[in-house]
Design a protein around this ligand. Structure first.
Ligand SMILES: NC(=O)c1ccc[n+]([C@@H]2O[C@H](COP(=O)([O-])OP(=O)(O)OC[C@H]3O[C@@H](n4cnc5c(N)ncnc54)[C@H](O)[C@@H]3O)[C@@H](O)[C@H]2O)c1
Length: 320
């Protein structure tokens, strides 16, 4: 849905103003990443690990205990099956998905998980304290060369960097849910991130089949959510104020911009629980919208596209 229409033109590339380039203007060398450790095997961690393995990396998937790893194994099997469906990855085969599964090793031992990692991607719950604690324990275990990337959606890498012990080799690498479809990977460093680490992660993302989106400075919400959130807020305000219904808003947006989806269709894909959680933390219009979502949708189990029912109805085969 959010994939650029033409991935070949979507990467921001680099320019002389780009901090990810050496001051000489020459592109810094990117190290090759072949060994990847993913910390956290939840919704995004599993997708990142599986896609990295699918594209040839040797992957270690780490989580806090055997119970979580059992859930993770089922998740990975589910991803392998999903890749073969029409909603999956074009060209995926039984062989390619099984080979990907064969490149993933699971462990609940942090030291062992990172002992030979070129790159560690952190995808643990969105909690500042939890992430900082993890980075603190990670620091003495990492090989010198290892680059560490956070997939955090709302924390800036600057919020975390002092707990990593490697400011020059730390940055954000942010994927979107359903990463094989919504295949942007936003790369965002801190002022301390080295150009080499930045380029290494950009090239790793490209090798994973992502369209790397290079941010030149830190920005809450990266590029995508900096654009999307104001759009969704404006749409919900039109509904709350009684100006227009969801179909009218979406039709206007689609015809006026040529976009394939309107904001309420996007909210159905994001999921109404998430939309509710974000709205409830907003201003008066946001809270009124959250109340409406709770009363008219969530209370009757309509959580958006995943449940088959949200602002729109989706046939069972279409629900994700
Ligand atoms: N879900 C999304 O759509 C989405 C999209 C982009 C980015 N993100 C970001 O990805 C990160 C993870 O989100 P998620 O939705 O995958 O979360 P999730 O709750 O689905 O998964 C988190 C996983 O981390 C594990 N975990 C908990 N504590 C841990 C620790 N100390 N060490 C290692 N693993 C630990 C949990 O057992 C769980 O398996 C967050 O920072 C979030 O902002 C999420």
């Amino acid at each position: 849905m959010t994939s650029p229409a033409d991935p070949t033109t979507a990467s921001s590339g680099s320019s002389a103003a780009d901090p990810a380039r050496a001051s000489s203007g020459a592109a810094p060398a990117a190290a090759t990443v072949t060994r990847v450790t993913v910390l956290g095997t939840g919704v995004l961690g599993a997708q990142i690990a599986f896609q990295a393995a699918y594209t040839g990396s040797d992957v270690v998937a780490y989580d806090i205990g055997e119970e979580q790893l059992a859930v993770a194994r089922a998740r990975f099997d589910g991803l392998a099956a999903t890749y073969l469906t029409p909603q999956g990855l074009p060209g995926a085969t039984e062989q390619s998905t099984q080979e990907a599964l064969g490149r993933v090793r699971f462990t609940a031992d942090l030291a062992e998980a990172v002992a030979d990692a070129d790159l560690v991607v952190e995808a643990v719950p969105e909690s500042l304290d939890l992430k900082r604690d993890l980075y603190g324990r990670l620091a003495p275990l990492l090989p010198e060369r290892t680059i560490v990337a956070t997939n955090s959606s709302t924390l800036l890498p600057s919020d975390l960097v002092d707990s990593t012990g490697r400011p020059d080799r730390f940055l954000a690498l942010h994927f979107a849910n359903l990463i094989w479809v919504n295949n942007t990977a936003e790369v965002m460093g801190t002022p301390a991130t080295s150009p080499e680490a930045f380029r290494t992660v950009v090239e790793f993302a490209r090798g994973m089949g992502m369209v790397p989106i290079e941010l030149r400075k830190e920005q809450p919400g990266y590029v995508l959510n900096s654009l999307l959130v104001p759009l969704l807020n404006a749409a919900s305000a039109l509904l709350v104020k009684g100006v227009a219904d969801p179909e009218t808003v979406d039709t206007t947006w689609r015809i006026g911009t040529g976009a394939p989806f309107g904001p309420f269709q996007i909210m159905d894909v994001v999921g109404l629980r998430t939309v509710h959680a974000v709205s409830v933390a907003g201003g008066p219009e946001g809270r009124a919208f959250a109340e409406m979502i709770q009363r008219d949708y969530l209370d009757r189990g309509a959580t958006g596209r995943e449940s088959g029912e949200g602002f729109y109805s989706y046939p069972a085969a279409d629900a994700e």
